[in-house]
Design a protein around this ligand. Structure first.
Ligand SMILES: Nc1nc2c(ncn2[C@@H]2O[C@H](COP(=O)(O)OP(=O)(O)OP(=O)(O)O)[C@@H](O)[C@H]2O)c(=O)[nH]1
Ligand SMILES: [Mg+2]
Length: 718
């Protein structure tokens, strides 16, 4: 393959809801681009893009796959992304390193929740979008309906460039209102006959042509003037206008394809090659130091690694984008994130797992290399004199968690190794070895996502694992003040132990006044504050420790021991053994023994006094509550609402958005455990949601009762 220059390279991600036909379209593009001699199919498990065993097994894309097509002296780099919301990480990486999104729609279903979700990401990253309506040969295909749904959502920005003469099994021709020609295919697809538009289509074609010309003129003042003077635009002017509209997201053109029959794929490639903006026409990337980097092939060499995979027989394959400068085989580069040196032994332009060696790649290009020593996803490799670093990819928060363990206990370490390696490949996994819950928790984007993880560990690494219900990180706190004394005394042979602590506990809240006086059992306790320590607890919330000891009742040197004793109880709350939080403690009195008092004695006295007071102080269990946002088609709203109510959800708000409802709710984590699965079954996979930790809240009395009982049972069992 020749070395393409920055102004000949276009980077395009293929997005769209699951099953819309992205991988099939990729296959047809690879075929038309001459990269493959035969088109494979997803059903037969022999496509270029779905080449991992798990993808063949399930028949859907799990990873984003890079492939390149040379088309009319341009290099088009594509990334075929998985459509399922569960694998959104791949689409997020792809959108960050490409300049344009090709959004595939299934003509049978029109705009789906997945379409809208992915569109939202293109919005966030300011990327141009081209819609392609696929599967026009399906009996239920409805092109007009799909365009109407698009226009309902995005208004006049939606501009059809083509329309099919008929949909369904007879589909074989489209009218193209940019070229003002009709394209018609033989049953085998491929190269079309280019024909004049039939008379009975002329009126419709002219109308759409006019709309396209006007839309193209709108984004450029010079074109607008030309349009007013001449009443129309040349084909080249239209392309320039469409390009300007794409870059500013003022226009979203719509194309037709039938990927399965390889119809209109060549025309789409032609449009991408001619009209889509090159990398150098797009907004600049910004380094972590805030420097704007121009994709200049004469600039300093800087490569950003956006994806790594482990492939059989090869080991790690690392995918990068040349952000600046050029890279040649044999170049020595420095890893800006890890400080290590790397040599680029080989450079490849890729098509799935097929790699074509190239001698050099320039700014803007996307490629792969193998056998790097220590390069992780997100790292930047630089040439001499360059110290760029980038961290522009932000992944969504996880929303489905499970405890994971190997069937065979002895494999625990091996399992962690595999999990950490897999996290490199898919950054939307979050893996946590929780000391608190005594479980390893994996969190991901959905049940689908975790099922795929299990399949891969069991089939690729031959390590049987199981998922368990994850424990909930409860917290304990108090709701009123209480007082307690505790005397620790031990007389056994030689030196004895003695320590006595009197303390008051109360709920801590932000901005509370300093302690003054308390009343318990008709007696007043006046506090004389000598010192206050505020501790930010590792597990959230605060512990405030106030020294109010008068007259040297306890020596100051014993205070750290008292605090240590209290801390040990905070770590293992008196109610259920969960972490305690948000407590203020005033130690105001006690007793010492001239010989027997030591640190251990005061530690135990502090711990037990605290425990006793805590139990008297209206102790309560807190649970983590999440902010949940659900996007759902209006017709499922009622079912989704009542399901949420069954999960103790507090509905915070609701707004409609073109056929979808957006619900905001606060839901306890405990109730979210199988949410992604049940939402999907309630709505037939047509809804999506996000969740983010919000706060700790008191659990209702009946739930507390159950938790206390369950904890007591484990205690007697022990
Ligand atoms: N009839 C018909 N079927 C198609 C067409 N394009 C794709 N399909 C079928 O639709 C199904 C899904 O196609 P894929 O290419 O896997 O879709 P995808 O968008 O890559 O799906 P994910 O990667 O799972 O999101 C497969 O069975 C394809 O054979 C088409 O143009 N016509
Ligand atoms: Mg796919």
């Amino acid at each position: 393959m020749k070395v393409y220059q920055t102004n000949e390279i276009k980077n395009i991600s293929i997005l769209g809801s699951s099953g819309s036909g992205k991988t099939t379209l990729a296959e047809a593009m690879l075929y038309e681009g001459g990269v493959i001699k035969r088109r494979g199919s997803v059903g037969n498990g022999n496509t270029v893009c779905d080449y991992f065993p798990v993808e063949k097994e399930y028949g859907y894309s799990v990873f984003s796959t890079v492939f390149s097509v040379e088309w009319q002296d341009r290099k088009l780099n594509f990334i075929d992304c998985p459509g399922s919301d569960d694998f959104i990480g791949g689409a997020v990486s792809a959108l960050n390193v490409t300049d344009t999104a090709l959004m595939v729609l299934n003509a049978q279903y029109g705009v789906e929740v997945g379409t809208v979700n992915q569109f939202r990401y293109t919005e966030q990253f300011h990327k141009p979008v081209i819609f392609v309506v696929n599967q026009l040969d399906q009996e239920k295909a409805d092109y007009e309906g799909t365009v109407a749904q698009l226009q309902d959502r995005w208004g006049s920005k939606i501009v059809p460039i083509q329309y099919p003469i008929t949909c369904g099994s007879s589909f074989n021709a489209v009218v193209d209102v940019l070229k003002m020609k009709m394209y018609r295919w033989k049953p085998e697809g491929g190269v079309p006959d280019v024909l004049e538009i039939p008379a009975d289509q002329m009126e419709k074609a002219m109308e759409l042509h006019k709309a396209l010309v006007e839309a193209a003129a709108e984004h450029d003042d010079v074109l607008m003037e030309k349009f007013f003077e001449e009443g129309t635009l040349s084909e080249d002017d239209m392309r320039a206008g469409i390009r300007a509209g794409l870059v500013t997201r003022g226009m979203f053109p719509v194309f037709c394809v039938c990927a399965g029959r390889d119809m209109c794929v060549r025309r789409t490639l032609e449009f991408l090659g001619n009209v889509v903006p090159c990398t150098d026409k797009m907004p600049r990337l910004i380094t972590t130091e805030g420097i704007e980097v121009t994709p200049d092939s004469n600039g300093p060499t800087s490569l950003f690694f956006f994806k790594t995979t482990v492939e059989p027989h090869i080991g790690q394959v690392s995918y990068f984008k040349v952000i600046s400068g050029k890279v040649k085989e044999g170049d020595d580069l420095l890893n800006a994130d890890r400080g290590s040196k790397e040599r680029i032994a080989q450079l490849f332009s890729v098509a799935g797992q097929t790699r074509n060696q190239v001698s050099e790649m320039v700014a803007g290009d996307i490629g792969a290399t193998v056998k790097l020593k220590d390069v992780r996803r997100g790292n930047t490799l630089n040439g001499k004199g360059c110290d760029y670093r980038f961290d522009f990819i932000k992944y969504p928060d996880p929303k489905y968690r499970r405890a994971i363990k190997p069937v065979n206990e002895a494999d625990a370490e091996k399992m962690m190794e595999i999990l950490n390696r897999m996290r490199e490949e898919d950054p939307t996994w979050v893996i946590e070895q929780s000391k608190e819950l005594k479980q390893t928790i994996v969190s991901g984007q959905g049940e689908f996502h975790l099922r795929t993880l299990k399949w891969r560990i069991e089939n690729n690494d031959k390590l049987p694992i199981e998922f368990l219900e994850p424990k909930i990180p409860y917290r304990e706190t108090i709701t009123k003040s209480a007082r307690a004394d505790y005397r620790h005394k031990k007389q056994s042979g030689g030196a004895g132990q003695f320590g006595e602590v009197h303390l008051i506990v109360e709920p801590y809240y932000e901005g509370m006044p300093a302690p003054d006086s308390y009343r318990f059992g008709g007696q007043e306790y006046k506090m004389n504050v000598r010192d206050t320590q505020t501790i930010d607890l590792e597990w959230g919330g605060k512990l405030v420790f106030v020294n109010c000891i008068v007259g040297g009742a306890i020596d100051t040197r014993f205070l750290p021991a008292i605090l240590k004793g209290i801390m040990s109880r905070m770590e293992q709350g008196p109610l259920t053994g969960s972490y305690a939080r948000d407590v203020r403690i005033c130690v105001y009195d006690g007793k010492m023994h001239p010989v027997d008092s030591n640190e251990v004695s005061f530690m135990l006295a502090g711990r037990n006094a605290f425990s006793a007071a805590f139990r008297e102080a209206g102790p309560k269990i807190l649970e983590p509550v999440y902010d949940v946002e659900v996007a759902v088609p209006a017709d499922y709203l009622g079912d989704v609402m009542s399901d949420l109510q069954g999960r103790r959800a507090l509905i915070m708000g609701m707004n409609s958005e073109k056929g979808f409802e957006k619900l905001q709710a606060k839901v306890p984590l405990k109730e979210m455990s199988n949410y992604s699965t049940s939402l999907s079954s309630i709505t037939g996979g047509r809804a999506s949601f996000t969740m983010k930790f919000a706060s700790y809240e008191l659990v209702p009395a009946d739930v507390q009762e159950k938790l206390l009982k369950a904890y007591q049972e484990t205690q007697t069992d022990d």
